[in-house]
Design a protein around this ligand. Structure first.
Ligand code: DGT
Ligand code: CA
Ligand code: CA
Ligand code: ZN
Length: 580
């Protein structure tokens, strides 16, 4: 913990005391201590080691003791206790992005805001803008955030949830009391957005695990704490439930809490028909069935006991996965390791953060055979789109890279080409013809009606040199609705013209939606899973894309970037008619 974090906690204490209406001198003392710590020009650990904390002007005996606890144990119970006493409304206001603790408390105090609806009304009445430190801009932002919250509820992107869930999972699995652990729920089903995280732990000694979990620095607030079940709100707002069960119940709890609810119901009915009851505790014979209890060590074993093949969590939505298992037709879903390269990535030649060489090396590091470079075209001036000249320069650069043969990875000459309002592409055919492939994307003029937008996109799909459709609907999850589009007509046009639709792996896009892929792929639509990476780190987004492909029932053969280089190259070449 560094001095800034310590100062932040001291400031929060001051704030909480202020909200509580505590002695102003005490409030000031904590703020002063925070400033004193922040102003230190040496390591705070060293000061504590040498017992010099109280010598610092502005830090008294009591606060010094609290700082020591904080540094030595990583948390401060006093701070937690205060936090848990703050009116829930203030905590809720604090969660409104752009407000933070200080503004939330101020709103609560000055305008006596008791609900988000009241906050909304106060904004509409212009009261918020008049408060010191707020202004019209802030008021406008709060209004926007509130309408977003109302529309999408409190959900989180899968990718962001993973940034919190995976480290916690890792640390949990290292505790000596923990026998098995997993995250269940929509997170395990790889849904594109999740409501909360559901940790399931197997242990015969739950108490220390609960204590450990609820005291994590990533925990912002404890909602409920019990011996085997707790709920916390994590920093960043995600809620997490943790359930600790005896080892023999673990597979049943994991299965149950993975859901979905609809899927659970189907499984339970199946169990009943076989003379059992299935719940989160086990698989028990129904009274009078004459059957014996079945003890299963794994989810696989439970499915087997129900006469079913294993159904991966991604397919546990609705009926289709269950029905496939009944007919022994669960597909072999695509996996990360099947991906041999990707097509949608950006470099500093348009709006990417890394150079072509850096992107190439990062892709090689992942283990891919090829990387397609697809920078923006000239109409995307907001994204530094390339004109003909810059595109030709980039194509030369790619050819030189490949010819140098210094690295095993091969680069492809691609382009993310804008589609005009009329459905036209950004470059003449003799330019497009020289590329290995062209991704066609809509980046602006979103507001036309469905008929116009559909015709616009289909015209581009029919263009001889377009290869695949980028981020099909333009949606940004939890942020922006798709533009009006007749998606099933677009799918049919792609199949008829042998064009591909990408799964854009950007965590906010995940477009085309997984719900459409099963049927579309059955009809013959091919897929490319792309990261739409604007930096080397974002190449990893392809993993989010694979999740979505799995939810969409896609197998290796549906996805062209599972093809090895030569097959893929051949495939692209045969898609492109010779230039006349
Ligand atoms: P979320 O968190 O809203 O993204 O969605 P889930 O699916 O993670 O739902 P959650 O967290 O409420 O519950 C986790 C799982 O527990 C859920 O998928 C199925 C199971 N479950 C919870 N409540 C019920 C219930 O009332 N009936 C059945 N059959 N299953 C339930
Ligand atoms: Ca959940
Ligand atoms: Ca839950
Ligand atoms: Zn794009």
């Amino acid at each position: 913990m560094d001095k800034h974090e310590v100062a932040h906690i001291l400031d929060e204490i001051a704030l909480f005391l202020e909200i509580k209406g505590d002695n102003p001198f005490k409030v000031r003392a904590y703020h002063n201590a925070a400033r004193a710590i922040e102003g230190l020009d040496e390591e705070i650990e060293k000061v504590i080691e040498e017992d010099r904390l109280e010598e610092i002007p502005g830090i008294g005996v009591k606060i010094a003791k609290k700082i020591k606890t904080l540094i030595n144990s990583g948390t401060l119970p006093y701070h937690q206790r205060l936090k848990n006493k703050i009116p829930p409304m203030v905590v809720e206001l604090m969660d409104v992005p752009g407000l933070g603790a200080k503004k939330a408390a101020y709103l609560y105090k000055k305008l006596k805001i008791q609900s988000l609806e009241e906050l909304n009304q106060a904004c509409i009445d212009g009261k918020v803008a008049q408060l010191a430190g707020f202004g019209a801009r802030t008021q406008e932002n709060i209004l926007k955030t509130l309408s977003m919250l109302k529309k999408y509820g409190k959900r989180f992107l899968w990718w962001n949830a993973g940034k919190t869930a995976y480290p916690l999972l890792e640390k949990l699995s290292e505790l000596k009391e923990v026998e098995r652990v997993d995250v269940a729920g929509s997170f395990r089903r790889k849904l594109e957005t999740i409501g909360d995280l559901d940790f399931i732990v197997a242990s015969s000694d739950p108490e220390p695990i609960m204590d450990w979990f609820t005291q994590q620095t990533s925990v912002q607030r404890i909602q409920a704490k019990g011996p085997t079940k707790s709920s916390v709100r994590l920093k960043g707002g995600i809620q997490a439930d943790i359930r600790i069960v005896p080892a023999e119940q673990f597979p049943y709890a994991l299965l149950y809490f993975t859901g979905s609810k609809d899927f659970n119901i189907l499984l339970r009915q199946r169990a009943n028909r076989l003379g059992y009851t299935l719940n989160e505790y086990g698989l028990q014979p129904l009274g009078g069935s004459g059957k014996r209890a079945i003890q299963c060590e794994s989810e696989e074993a439970i499915f087997k006991a129900l006469g079913l093949v294993y159904i991966p969590p991604e397919l546990r939505e609705g009926h289709a996965g269950f029905e496939a298992a009944m007919q022994d037709k669960v597909p072999m879903l695509i996996e990360d390791e099947d991906i041999k390269g990707v097509f949608h990535s950006h470099t500093t030649d348009s709006d990417g953060h890394n150079t072509l060489e850096e992107m190439a090396m990062a892709a090689q590091e992942i283990g891919w055979e090829y990387l397609g470079i697809s920078d923006h075209s000239k109409s995307s001036y907001q994204a530094n789109g390339m004109d003909e000249l810059r595109l030709f320069e980039q194509m030369d650069k790619i050819e030189r890279f490949n010819q140098a043969k210094k690295h095993p990875i091969k680069l492809l000459k691609g382009l993310e080409c804008d589609i005009s309002k009329e459905g036209l592409l950004d470059f003449p055919d003799d330019v497009l013809q020289q590329l290995d492939y062209v991704i066609i994307s809509i980046h602006k003029s979103f507001k036309y009606d469905e008929k116009t937008m559909t015709a616009r996109l289909i015209r581009a799909i029919e263009h001889p040199y377009s290869t695949m459709v980028g981020h099909l609907t333009g949606r940004l999850l939890l942020k922006r609705e798709p533009y009006a589009l007749n998606v099933s007509k677009v799918i049919d046009a792609c199949i008829a013209n042998r064009k591909i639709i990408e799964i854009n792996g950007h965590p906010m896009r995940l477009d085309m939606d997984w719900r459409l892929w099963h049927k579309a792929a059955d009809k013959g639509l091919l897929c490319a899973i792309n990261p739409d990476a604007h930096s080397t780190a974002e190449l990893r987004y392809v993993h989010a894309g694979v999740n979505i492909a799995r939810k969409g029932w896609l197998q290796k053969e549906h996805v062209i970037n599972t093809f090895p280089f030569s097959k893929m190259k051949q495939f692209l070449t045969q898609m492109r008619p010779a230039f006349k």
